[in-house]
Design a protein around this ligand. Structure first.
Ligand code: PMP
Length: 387
């Protein structure tokens, strides 16, 4: 049967993720040591798991309010106020979602009309472009550069704006580069954003994982709160990827629209995860500090190793990835990763999976134990020596 005539045309035309394509090869091979996954290797802290277990034991297995438990929205509001000086009303300005992923999807669908242009900087996380295209809109890509520490500059933003531009998706701390944007960088961008009357979707899912000062949210800058939807979640900060819980925060008119869409497509985010998340926010600060400390140690090891192997590696200020440049080997990113995989059985991700300008780089995740990292780095060193 030919299904193509039944299947949605727009979705058929969207390319599958480059990360997935590479994982499909990796999954068919034995003995591969991977530095390719974008998730914490830590278990969710026990007291958080226990809160989830307790909720199940007590039979608390019903739908929650569409927006999420009021108690959870209050905890989120308190957490982001305490951590980032963000103030969002728990009753009207917060929506609890199925991971940051759903928050991004719903935000894009509520803000974008067919024909609009969405500004996306790359290299960046893989879902922004497909989600935009599935709304019948297009993205305008801004290529960030290693020499600017992969920060988006006001000039790059200004040059990409047209009269169709509506939304800017900002993604810092950045996956895959580990770049962060400080207050001054964001101030310079916000001047352009306000002048061109753009709305920002700010994906801050790695906000708890910064290694040079605290995360700054663009929504805290003058004139930005009213034009920003902040996306965050529990996956990275609390090692809770499988619980599938995130949230969006923004002006009540936008959150109301997003809640309407969420109500029809999701109903409510997982109940057990919401109970666990309340505990994480109430009593999880020390867990975050512990995990951040561990990532920081690994970060130094990995960045130092790449630089000493002669692959220049920009020092990431956040998330848990580094993005070494492999141009000196004369190989493309895909060739580098494929040859490394076949000859040394180490999996890392070609940089161009995160946008064309990622060509010449590879993404290495350091959310692995020191032993695992040391073994993989040793094999990469051998690979380079044998090239
Ligand atoms: N944003 C970025 C930048 C990410 O890297 C990820 C996950 N890799 C997500 C959003 C989605 O995370 P989740 O749905 O697990 O909250």
């Amino acid at each position: 049967m030919d299904y193509s005539k039944y299947l949605n045309k727009t979705i058929q035309d969207v390319k599958p993720s480059g990360i997935r394509r590479f994982f499909d090869i990796v999954n068919e091979m034995d003995d591969v040591i991977s530095l390719s996954i974008g998730e914490p290797d830590f278990r969710t802290p026990w007291h958080v798991r226990k809160a989830g277990i307790d909720s199940l034991e007590n039979g608390k297995t019903w739908y929650t309010p569409n927006r999420g438990f009021k108690k959870l929205c209050q905890e989120i509001s308190g957490f982001v106020q305490r951590k980032y000086d963000l103030s969002f009303d728990p009753d009207t300005e917060i929506l609890v979602t199925v991971g940051g992923s759903e928050a991004l999807d719903v935000a894009i669908r509520c803000l974008v009309n067919p024909g609009d242009e969405v500004l996306v900087h790359q290299p960046s996380f893989v879902c922004y472009e497909p989600l935009t295209r599935m709304c019948g809109a297009s993205t305008v890509v801004m290529n960030t550069k290693a020499e600017n520490d992969f920060r988006l500059t006001p000039q790059e933003l200004e040059a990409a704006i047209t009269d169709k531009s509506k939304v800017l998706i900002l993604s810092y701390p950045n996956n895959p580069t580990g770049a962060i944007m400080g207050r001054e960088d964001l101030e310079a961008l916000s001047e352009v954003i306000i002048r061109h009357d753009l709305i920002v979707i700010s994906d801050e899912i790695y906000s708890e994982l910064t290694y040079r000062g605290n995360h700054v949210s663009i929504a805290t800058l003058p004139g930005m709160r009213e034009r920003t939807v902040v996306i965050n979640g529990f996956s990275k900060a609390f090692a809770m990827t499988g619980w599938r819980l995130g949230y969006a925060m923004g002006p009540k008119e936008i959150i109301a629209m997003m809640t309407k869409l969420h109500q029809y497509c999701i109903m409510s985010a997982p109940t057990v995860a919401q109970y666990a998340a309340i505990e994480a926010l109430r009593n999880g600060d020390k867990d975050i500090d512990h995990m951040r400390g561990e990532y920081d140690m690994r970060r130094r090891l990995v960045v130092g190793s790449f630089n000493s192997m002669g692959l220049s590696c920009f020092e990431p200020g956040g998330a848990f990835y580094c993005f070494p440049c492999i141009k000196s080997t004369g190989l493309t990113s895909e060739e580098f990763c494929t040859r490394l995989l076949h000859s040394k059985r180490v999996a890392i991700v070609p940089g161009d999976a995160f946008g064309d300008c990622g060509e010449g780089f590879v993404r290495v995740s350091y959310s692995y134990s020191i032993n695992h990292l040391t073994e993989a780095l040793g094999r990469i060193k051998e690979f380079l020596e044998e090239l």
